[in-house]
Write a protein that binds this ligand. Structure first.
Ligand SMILES: [Zn+2]
Ligand SMILES: [Zn+2]
Length: 485
């Protein structure tokens, strides 16, 4: 194999790959600049009328995932996130439940009862605003009334569209409005300013929200130990201090593994495994976790190996990359990246013909065949998932290494167990290289300490009571309670 192009240092790579996102176009660009311009009058007007703002957390006061928060003023009703739950009665939710009819999901409480939100109701919400493209924040979108506009970033729209639709080319979500980081926008009485945060989902946002003279901050999911850890500093510097209310996530509170390695530590661990491996290295990571893809790409490049991804991932990276935030995409300067066409996608190619060809064509030049993978096993780091088992069987794998790089809770599922058993029967050695996409206790305390909010409401946590030790401003509520702001 040809040696991969010179590996940049980690610090260089961070600069190259992750500058802070900038607005890239005018397509459905939201009206910006409200705070600086005329809308000060409107803020004053709503202030004079007094605050009647109400907050309802439909899910998340004592639970991780499935976030849904309503904010309501005299004249405007918005929903922050529309998440599908991760748990049901304390257990990881059964994936197959997604296919159950909405009526049954409503009865089970998977879809919370919210009047005026869903497609079977008269629409009474002015907007749904999505913080990021994790299904525990957008998974109920398909039940939302189509007349209610959905506000999200361009990258979140791409990620959601692809995960819902791939491989239907040019699929677009309907009725969406694109917002840009640090560009404020208005929805009725509400003025929102999004901030880019470091999280395991690409392009995640926190929000500063103002209405009726009150200021709220919603952290959504965040951390500061990933490649974009600097985003937390930026947010803490610019977000308003002494806000009336802070909604802050607490995913890692109460979890045993309190020491959270950085994304850079994960990359170093992967590099060490690659260095010692005498065969192919297979790894499993979330396709939404672009940071992790970067870590594996950089590790493979540093060790002079090829990173092989399937055409779905290649297409996703290609659609997310922009001149001002480059990601490794097969072809061009990223010669260490190769594309594999799994059999089921090949079959779709046959059935869908030209349409599907459009998504596949850009990567043909970087294509690597099963035969070549089979011949060059020692030079390959390949992203896999259990659905690729039948393809892997055709590669005739020699013993190698398998790196699991995702949340461990997903590891007990049937197809995952069967997949790992197969690899182990071939003599694969299993490793774990992962870190949480969520904030450490220290990062949560830092947010509270530096923002000085008047009230702190924990969300996205199983242990809200733990926040009493972090701040005497903590208030804990139950799901669906009406909270006066
Ligand atoms: Zn979440
Ligand atoms: Zn998330």
């Amino acid at each position: 194999m040809s040696k991969a192009v010179g590996a940049a240092s980690t610090a260089d790579a961070r600069r190259l790959v992750f500058p802070v996102l900038q607005p890239t176009g005018s397509r459905r660009l939201l009206q910006a600049g409200f705070l600086e311009a005329c809308t000060k009058k409107q803020i004053f007007r709503t202030e004079r009328q007094g605050c009647r703002m109400e907050l309802i957390i439909y899910r998340g006061t004592h639970e991780i995932g499935g976030t849904m928060i309503e904010l309501k003023t005299r004249g405007t009703r918005i929903l922050l996130d529309a998440g599908y739950p991760l748990y049901y009665k304390g257990e990881i939710i059964d994936e197959s439940w997604v296919k159950k009819p909405a009526k049954e999901l409503l009865e089970l409480g998977v879809i919370p009862q919210v009047k005026g939100l869903y497609q079977w109701d008269q629409p009474k919400f002015d907007a749904v605003i999505l913080s990021h493209a994790h299904s525990d924040h957008y998974g109920l979108l398909k039940y939302i009334h189509p007349k209610i506009p959905v506000y999200l970033t361009e990258a979140a729209e791409t990620l959601i569209s692809l995960s819902l639709s791939f491989p239907i080319p040019k699929f677009r979500m309907e009725n969406t409005m694109i917002f840009y980081m640090e560009k404020p926008f208005q929805i009725g009485d509400f003025f929102l300013k999004p901030y880019l945060m470091d999280h395991s989902a690409f392009d995640a946002a926190a929000f500063e929200i103002r209405a009726e003279g009150k200021t709220l901050i919603y952290s959504a999911d965040f951390r500061n130990h990933g490649w974009k850890g600097y985003c937390l500093e930026n947010f803490l510097q610019k977000a308003p201090k002494y806000a009336d209310l802070l909604l802050v996530e607490g995913t890692n509170i109460g979890r045993k593994s309190e020491s959270l390695p950085s994304e850079s530590d994960v990359q170093q661990k992967v590099e060490a495994i690659l260095k010692d491996s005498e065969g192919i290295v297979l790894f499993q990571a979330s396709t939404q976790n672009v940071d992790r893809m970067i870590s594996f790409y950089q590790a493979a490049e540093a060790q002079g190996k090829f990173l092989v991804v399937d055409v779905y991932v290649a297409n996703l990276l290609s659609q997310l990359t922009r001149p001002n935030y480059r990601l490794p995409v097969p072809g061009g300067r990223y010669r260490a990246m190769k594309v594999f066409y799994p059999f089921p996608l090949g079959r779709l190619w046959q059935t869908k013909g030209r349409e599907i060809l459009c998504s596949f064509l850009p990567f043909i030049r970087s294509r690597i065949s099963m035969r070549k993978i089979s011949k060059k096993q020692k030079c390959i780091v390949m992203m896999v998932r259990p659905s690729m088992l039948s393809d892997l069987k055709k590669i005739e794998l020699d013993p190698g290494d398998f790196i699991y790089s995702m949340w461990q809770a997903y590891r007990g599922k049937g197809s995952q167990v069967r997949f790992e058993k197969y690899l182990s029967s071939l003599g694969f050695q299993s490793h774990l290289a992962h870190t949480s996409g969520h904030a450490s206790e220290a990062a949560i305390k830092q947010v509270i300490a530096e923002l000085h909010p008047k009230r702190v409401i924990p969300i996205h946590t199983f242990h809200p009571e733990a926040f009493f030790a972090f701040s005497d401003k903590t208030e804990v509520f139950q799901d669906s309670w009406v909270i006066k702001v």
